[in-house]
Ligand binder design. Structure first.
Ligand code: NAI
Length: 254
């Protein structure tokens, strides 16, 4: 496991779930972490957990749908810590669970706005900053297994997550020689508040059915995703860019 001493990481949507666990993992490995979220209480709780463990973090309220806010995120990281080495663009919502024919157009747009436009809004200032600094940097976007295959009644989410992979590959090509690597993780179903709000973990029957879609017949943990994100950021992954790394217990092997 690589050390991130004297490095700086920013994680969107780190007031909960996968984002919180990844922010804590970055800090545990020695990075200073900028925790951002629309959920102020959740974000401050993440910072408190990092500080209690002896790490360095601060919180900034950032709505990823607002390009001024994502620019401010990068500016604050640089003002506070001098640079931005790693960015995990993780903030996301589940959206409606309804077929295409019944999906409200405004709801559909709002999933695209957070889950796809939000990633673009973050990447733009992050990569611009990383291109200017010695040693470049690494961007990791949170896509999903649903960035690679369809899932009934989730068209907004699935379209956004497929889009994140296209965006990741394109930025990787643009940055092949700039010292900035750009990758994505594609988690399977991970036990977080997002699944609870979607009724998946609260309904035992549905949980069993979803678990069974993975070859390992279980849900993943936020820690398993955090470890993959940190590996992609580490120098051990120095020849890895444009990759969509599955963390999915064999879901996509069927
Ligand atoms: P979560 O609901 O626990 O955390 C998501 C966080 O994003 C929350 O703190 C929320 O306040 C924040 N957020 C929502 N809208 C935002 C906005 N406009 N700006 C800034 N922050 C915002 O969910 P979880 O499961 O940790 O999800 C994190 C990411 O992982 C999402 O992109 C999700 O699509 C992705 N993912 C989750 C999977 C799962 O099974 N839980 C599977 C594959 C991908």
């Amino acid at each position: 496991m690589g050390s991130f001493t004297d490095t700086v990481a920013a994680v969107t949507g780190s007031g909960s779930g996968i984002g919180r666990t990844t922010a804590i993992e970055f800090a545990d490995r020695g990075a200073s972490v900028l925790v951002t979220d629309v959920d102020v209480d959740g974000g401050e709780e993440t910072v408190a957990q990092i500080e209690d463990a002896g790490g360095e973090a601060r919180f900034l309220e950032v709505d990823v749908t607002d390009p001024d806010a994502t620019q401010e995120m990068v500016d604050v990281a640089v003002e506070a810590y001098g640079r931005l080495d790693y960015a995990f663009n993780n903030a996301g919502i589940g959206g409606a669970q309804t077929p295409v024919t019944e999906y409200d157009s405004d709801d559909w747009r709002s999933v695209i706005d957070v889950n796809l436009v939000g990633v673009f809004n973050c990447m733009k200032p992050e990569i611009a900053q990383m291109q200017t600094q010695d040693g470049g940097g690494v961007v990791v976007n949170n896509s999903s297994i649903l960035g690679q295959v369809g899932f009934e009644a989730s068209s907004g989410y699935v379209a956004a997550k497929h889009g994140v992979l296209g965006l990741t590959k394109t930025a990787a090509l643009e940055n092949g020689e700039t010292g900035v690597r750009v990758n994505a993780v594609c988690p399977g179903f991970i036990e977080t508040p997002l699944l609870e709000s979607g009724g998946i973990t609260s309904d035992p029957e549905m949980r069993k059915q979803i678990e069974g879609l993975h070859a390992m017949n279980r849900l993943g943990t936020p820690q398993e995703v955090a470890d993959a994100v940190c590996w992609l950021c580490d120098d051990e992954a120095s020849f890895v860019t444009g990759e969509a790394l599955g963390v999915e217990g064999g879901y996509l092997s069927r």
